[in-house]
Design a binder for this molecule. Structure first.
Ligand code: EPZ
Length: 436
């Protein structure tokens, strides 16, 4: 198991190119199941999760190849196999994205139930509710979602859940409705930019969709979809992560490809925290103007502050002047990173779905454990600003969602290296537990 060794204290500076969005790529790749003929998709990041979805597509008869310039070509070559097995699905929750397209295009599907995650319970009841409303017959059998349908029929579907709209649930129903008979209206749909990006791909394949990016999406079903050429949008979560890394180190970083209109809530909170981010041609620049200041925020569905930047913001506010209150409304238990930040000297107290963060002048290097994708990014950000060295174990979590993370940070002046699974001795701490 690889780990990162980071020596904190360097102010990051320079330019970083923001890659394609993981959370747009996954449903877009799943949507190729709907098409006749090849699709050519550009700006798909090289990530573990993308690899996992491509393996599932291969399993269900979609050939996937990447050309010399990195474009992915996806084409359905065999429609017999409709099973996405546990062994592949358990590695990545977003595998559920193939359920809607399989039902809509092939009239049957057998997809392993995705497990829960460390960020909290991850039910799929809204996905199933939406597909049933379109006429699919769905049952859970031996840990699998088993679905059958003659041609799906358009319907009005309300997709609001206990924490608001569901992103992948909206994607599932929107994809399925493209080949349904008649019109579907999704009420309380997710408005995330990744949903808009997916709708753009579906429209490029010949789908009729209105209102993507709003809480009401209208889809008129068509007879068939054909492969299309498309580009995945830049990753707003990766962009936010680098803006916060630049801020916490007192640096000056230009994020090429980052878009302000995709990060409004984030830029608003950063400004309130005395972090100066400006729009420049082709991207966003963060330029430190001194120590961050306390601010309060609530993680909410888009266009609110994204839950996928909550952990990174917690790291930033742990060195801010004053005490901040941060509330998590999308995944109320998504605070596993706070204990590890505590090991680095952060002062964070939890109260239900909120934490209060009493800023300290400086964090200290320590040995910490990554637990999930965004928590790991938060630990890297904290380590970049900490005194001394930090060792972050289990960084395989990061490889799921950040492409060439340490190379990009090193190009900005960070002192970071990846070590493969052997013990690392820290000055004065001696060797730690045997390598996992
Ligand atoms: C997507 O997950 C993202 N994943 C997540 O990013 C992100 O955190 C999340 O949206 C929220 O923005 C991908 O796009 C691959 P949800 P998703 O369904 O769609 C409840 C990352 O770090 N809910 O919008 O699975 C659910 O429990 C990942 O890149 C139901 O109750 O999230 C949660 O509280 C982590 N029933 C809330 O809705 C359902 O059927 C929002 O979840 C579905 C969801």
């Amino acid at each position: 198991m690889d780990r990162f060794v980071i020596k904190g204290g360097s102010a990051l500076s320079g330019e970083v190119l923001i890659g394609g969005a993981k959370n747009a790529s996954l449903p877009i790749l799943a949507a190729t199941v709907l098409a006749e003929g090849p699709s050519s998709i550009g700006n798909v990041p090289r990530l573990q999760d993308v690899g996992a979805l491509c393996r599932i597509l291969g399993q269900i008869g979609v050939s996937v190849s990447r050309d010399s310039v990195g474009r992915l070509t996806c084409e359905v070559i065999d429609e017999d196999c409709v099973t996405a097995p546990y062994d592949l699905v358990r590695r990545m929750r977003a595998s559920i994205c193939v359920l809607g397209p399989l039902l809509a295009k092939r009239g049957q599907a057998r997809v392993s139930l995705p497990g829960g995650g460390v960020i909290g319970p991850r039910p799929i009841d809204l996905h199933l509710k939406g597909l049933r409303a379109l006429g699919a017959r769905i049952r859970i059998e031996h840990g699998y979602v088993v679905g059958e349908a003659d041609r799906l029929r358009g319907a009005r579907v309300y997709l609001g859940g206990p924490s608001g709209p569901t992103v992948l649930g909206t994607a599932t129903v929107m994809m399925a409705a493209t080949l349904a008979e008649g019109e579907t209206v999704i009420e309380h749909a997710a408005c995330e930019p990744e949903i808009e990006n997916l709708a753009g791909f579906l429209a490029a394949m010949g789908a009729s969709i209105e209102g993507a990016g709003t809480h009401r999406i209208r889809i008129r079903g068509v007879e068939k979809l054909r492969g299309a050429r498309y580009e995945v949008m830049p990753d707003r979560i990766e962009a936010g992560t680098f803006l916060m890394a630049g801020a916490i180190t007192g640096g000056d970083v230009f994020c090429r490809g980052a878009r302000a209109d995709r990060l409004d809530a984030v830029l608003d909170r950063l400004a309130d925290a005395n972090v100066n981010v400006t729009e420049e041609p082709g991207g966003l620049r963060v330029k430190s103007c001194g120590r961050p200041r306390r601010t309060d925020l609530t993680a909410l569905p888009y266009p609110g502050f994204p839950t996928d930047l909550q952990a990174q913001m917690t790291a930033l506010l742990s060195v801010a002047e004053g005490t901040s209150v941060l509330t998590e409304r999308v995944f109320p238990d998504r605070f596993i990173h706070t204990a590890e930040l505590g090991r680095m000297g952060a002062r964070i107290a939890r109260e239900g779905d909120s934490v209060s963060i009493q800023g300290v002048r400086r964090l200290e290097g320590a040995e910490v454990m990554a637990s999930d994708l965004r928590a790991s990014a938060a630990l890297v950000i904290a380590a970049l600003a900490a005194e001394g060295e930090t060792v972050i174990r289990r960084i395989y979590h990061l490889d799921r969602g950040y492409e060439r993370f340490e190379q990009k940070l090193r190009s900005l002046g960070a002192d970071i290296r990846r070590e493969s699974g052997r013990d690392v001795a820290l000055p004065g701490l001696g060797t730690h537990a045997r390598a996992a």
